[in-house]
Design a protein. Structure first.
Length: 175
C-alpha cells in the first residue's frame, strides 16, 4: 500500500460561499461512507452502481474505503458539520494490471448536485491519474443518465455505445 497521498488534499470555496475539502479517503471513513450511501436516493445509487443497492453491505463499504492509493485511488469531498465532517461526494479510479488505463466512478449527494463539487472531484482525480502515469480514463454510464453523459462530454470524454448493450455507454478520455 502506498503512503497516504496528503499532497492531494485541496480546500475550495464554492460559488455559494460554502467551504469543501477534497481529500483521499481513509480506512477510518467507513462510518462517513455508510452514512453517505444511506442518504443517497435509490435512483442515485442505481445510476452509480448500475443495479439496485438498497442498503450498503459491509463488503461494499470496505471496498470503498480500503484503497491502496496507487492502483485504487478514491477522493472524497467533505464539508464541516457539528460532528466533524460530512461526506458529500466521492470519485475513484481503479487502474488495470498494466497501470495504463483507469476505470472511474463518481457519486454526489443528491442535495449537492449542481454545486460544482463533481467538477472539482474529477479535476483532482484526473490530475492524480496523470501524475500516476495513467494514459486513459474510462467509465460505463447508463444511457438514461443524461446528466452524467453531459458532464462527461464537458470534461472532454468521448462517448460511444457498448457493443451489444443498448443500456450502457462507454466514456473515454485520453490523459
Amino acid at each position: 500500500m502506498a503512503e497516504y497521498p496528503a499532497h492531494l488534499v485541496q480546500r475550495h470555496r464554492l460559488f455559494d460561499g460554502r467551504a469543501v475539502t477534497i481529500r483521499p479517503i481513509r480506512p477510518d471513513d467507513e462510518a462517513l461512507v455508510r452514512h453517505f450511501l444511506d442518504e443517497l436516493s435509490g435512483e442515485s445509487r442505481y445510476l452509480r452502481f448500475q443495479k439496485w443497492v438498497h442498503a450498503p453491505s459491509e463488503k461494499l463499504v470496505h471496498f470503498l474505503t480500503d484503497v491502496d492509493h496507487d492502483r485504487h485511488l478514491a477522493l472524497v469531498c467533505t464539508v464541516p458539520c457539528a460532528g466533524g465532517e460530512e461526506l458529500v461526494g466521492e470519485a475513484r479510479y481503479v487502474a488495470d494490471q498494466n497501470g495504463i488505463h483507469g476505470e472511474f466512478g463518481i457519486m454526489i449527494a443528491d442535495d449537492w448536485h449542481k454545486t460544482g463539487i463533481a467538477g472539482l472531484l474529477m479535476e483532482a482525480l484526473l490530475g492524480a491519474a496523470r501524475e500516476r502515469g495513467l494514459q486513459t480514463m474510462e467509465g460505463q454510464v447508463l444511457t438514461r443518465n443524461a446528466a452524467m453523459l453531459r458532464f462527461a462530454r464537458g470534461l472532454g470524454f468521448s462517448i460511444e455505445p457498448m457493443v451489444g448493450d443498448f443500456t450502457t455507454m462507454r466514456i473515454v478520455k485520453r490523459l
